[in-house]
Write a protein that binds this ligand. Structure first.
Ligand code: GDP
Ligand code: ZN
Length: 372
């Protein structure tokens, strides 16, 4: 491989003049620039000017990472640009270069520590299906997550082929996302794919954020012109086959654009979606719960049980039928999302519901106490 070709390799992955300037002090001490294409429990895959390497972090960086997490520190993640030392066919990551953008989530078990999930993402593709009912609050959560990261959002309304008239929905979504491109797309018919491809520039990195089943993998495959990702059809019944070790997390499309897809980003999407649903759910569930206090049976399922206060409230109009319907739907939706992403979670589901109910009650209590 000639020098020119190899330099082209880093440019392919988005190397820029600004990065080159940031890198100068590291070049002076003999380190090479690299981008993290796969991150897996302490091991990394890096692309450099001279090819791909397996990598790990230096002892010093590990120490620093434990001191400073947050959006500027922590461990390298997929998408990061790093300064590495090449040693006998392997790479040792010595520094993380300044991130232009970072997706973060709350670190497990802490209230304020944020953990970086993906770095240097230029475009956040927020996917929602035109097939199922569009959940505006969920989209708002995804938008907030995208803005938080610094990446520019684009809203993809997927499975347009299953919707006779997407127009009103596109308008409704556009109303909550002023200035954000809103594209109806269909991997099935190819609708909107050219417009989407035009938004993805060579050397720029995009992520897909959206609930399980909205068609993210199918879209990536359509853009790649190859089956890079296992889609829902294959994935069903194979809960463990989703992220194999060989799976590239930074996918180079034929157009030259990059798609970042990591387990961490998928978890973030689920987590954000859940938070949105939970917020909507907390309001309604509190209302139902208060009604349920008057049910004859403590374990009333609010179906055909005698003396059900919920059914009584529905009959006399105190409880709105639509509101009751959306409560039931949210309950199913959240339970389904949780089960689909993580089969083990169904065991923890009851606990989760208990926590959401508790949060809802606390909110109502606070409202009452503050006279709001
Ligand atoms: P992901 O979980 O977001 O990655 O979703 P998948 O890409 O696995 O797709 C979930 C299901 O939706 C699969 O059965 C796909 O075949 C189907 N699907 C994906 N895109 C489209 C589309 O544009 N139109 C239709 N009708 N179905 C689609
Ligand atoms: Zn009842």
């Amino acid at each position: 491989m000639t020098c020119k070709e190899t330099l082209k390799m880093l440019n392919t992955y988005g190397w820029s003049d600004a990065l080159q300037r940031d890198f100068t002090p590291f070049a002076d001490v003999g380190l090479v620039p690299a981008r993290v294409t796969v991150q897996q429990r302490g091991s990394y895959r890096l692309v450099t000017e001279t090819g791909e390497f397996e990598g790990r972090i230096s002892g010093r960086l590990a120490h620093e990472a434990s001191l400073f997490s947050g959006s500027g520190g922590g461990h390298p993640v997929t998408g990061d640009w790093v300064a590495a030392e090449l040693k006998g066919g392997a790479a040792i990551i010595a520094h993380i270069l300044r991130r232009t953008t970072a997706f973060t989530r709350m670190a497990a078990g802490t209230a304020k520590d944020r953990q970086v999930v993906a770095a240097n993402v230029d475009t956040a593709l927020l996917a929602a299906s035109l097939n199922a009912d569009l959940n505006m609050r969920r989209l708002e959560r995804y938008l907030a997550t995208a803005y938080d990261s610094g990446a520019a959002p684009v809203i993809l309304l997927t499975k347009a082929d299953l919707c006779d008239d997407p127009g009103p929905l596109v308008e409704a979504v556009q109303a909550i996302a002023v200035g954000v491109p809103v594209l109806p797309v269909s991997a099935a018919t190819g609708q909107g794919l050219d417009a989407l491809a035009a938004l993805l520039a060579p050397g720029k990195t995009a992520v897909l954020l959206g609930s399980s089943g909205v068609g993210k993998s199918t879209l990536v495959n359509a853009l790649a012109g190859a089956d890079l990702m296992a889609t829902g059809e294959i994935r069903e019944g194979d809960a463990h086959g989703r992220h194999t070790t060989s799976h590239r997390q930074l996918i180079l499309l034929p157009s030259g654009a990059l798609i970042l897809d990591t387990p961490g980003m998928r978890e973030l999407a689920l987590w954000e979606a859940e938070a949105g649903v939970a917020a909507a759910f907390a309001d309604i569930s509190t209302e139902i719960e208060q009604l349920a206090e008057d049910c004859r049976f403590r374990d009333c399922a609010h179906g055909r049980e005698p003396g059900c206060a919920v059914q009584a409230a529905l009959a006399d109009g105190t409880l709105d039928v639509d509101r009751w319907g959306s409560f039931q739907k949210l309950q199913r939706e959240l339970a389904h999302a949780v089960r689909k992403e993580d089969p083990l979670a169904s065991v923890a589901e009851r606990k989760r519901w208990a926590a959401i109910h508790k949060a809802g009650r606390a909110r109502m209590k606070a409202k009452r106490e503050w006279g709001d």
